[in-house]
Design a protein around this ligand. Structure first.
Ligand code: ARG
Length: 260
């Protein structure tokens, strides 16, 4: 008889402990992770163009870099699952508009024109348009670009501004920034205009190339989001603010961009 009571009370204590632990666990989960409501399917689907190191690039089969890590952190904060979709940069905005994805994260610059098609989150990084030339090039800066052939990535701000400033006939557009760099190596173009961090990555892998840093254009990178879901914009901004305050955003950026 005594034995049975002991067993029962041990079981009771165990159950009570279990109950307390699960209640505490639930409580603390609520405090740290906000549960997003804006996405009914619970999945944050974002487009990217994974040929833009260190913001996004392939490591084997995986898309890695600053942008996927920030997006994952945002999704985690909001309690969403995160899926990334690789596509041509030039197709990202159309895919957001058609509802194929909820948004895009691709080192994307906030512009007035794009704001007509998508919402933009608060900015999480800055980019500067740079010029890549060969080591022996006579191009020293923007002033020397007139009448040269300039390589760019289709649909990027580098492409748009190059056309405006140097004329369509002097600009070649490639699907990937890396293809523009190949064209520079083979002499098909005389210079490539592209964002400074990818420029540095491409040049690192090409001894005969160098980056001319310009103050041509200083730009804000932000997450593009569908215009049809303002609640999502609010949630993403709330997540970015929290991740900024906790130092998480800087930690991700520092992992990929080493201070000079
Ligand atoms: N910042 C430039 C823009 O928004 C280039 C971005 C290119 N991004 C990429 N993942 N290829 O137009």
């Amino acid at each position: 008889m005594k034995k049975t009571i002991n067993k029962k009370s041990i079981l009771f204590v165990l159950l009570a402990v279990l109950l307390i632990v699960s209640v505490v666990a639930c409580g603390s989960k609520k405090d740290t992770a906000k549960t997003g409501k804006a996405l009914k399917d619970g999945v944050l689907d974002l487009a990217t163009n994974a040929h833009f190191p260190p913001y996004e690039f392939y490591d084997g089969e995986d898309i890695v870099g600053i942008d996927p890590e920030i997006a994952q952190a945002v999704a985690d904060y909001l309690g969403y699952e995160f899926k990334i979709h690789d596509m041509e940069f030039n197709n990202i905005i159309a895919s957001i508009e058609s509802g194929k994805v909820d948004g895009g994260i691709a080192g994307m610059t906030v512009t007035e024109e794009r704001l007509e098609s998508v919402n933009f989150s608060d900015s999480y990084a800055t980019g500067i348009q740079s010029i890549i030339v060969t080591q022996d090039s006579d191009i020293k800066g923007l002033d020397n670009l007139a009448d040269k052939i300039i390589g760019t990535q289709l649909g990027t701000t580098g492409y748009i501004y190059a056309i405006d400033d140097f004329g369509e006939e002097n600009v070649l557009a490639f699907d990937k920034g890396a293809d523009a760099v190949v064209a520079l190596n083979s002499g098909k173009v005389n210079a490539v205009i592209i964002d400074n961090e990818p420029a540095k990555s491409f040049v690192e892998a090409n001894e005969n190339l160098k980056v001319l840093e310009t103050d041509y254009l200083v730009e804000d990178y932000a997450i593009a989001l569908t215009k049809t879901n303002d609640a999502l914009l609010e949630e993403v901004n709330e997540a970015l603010t929290a991740l900024g305050e906790s130092g998480e955003l800087q930690k991700i950026i520092d992992k990929y961009i080493k201070a000079e």
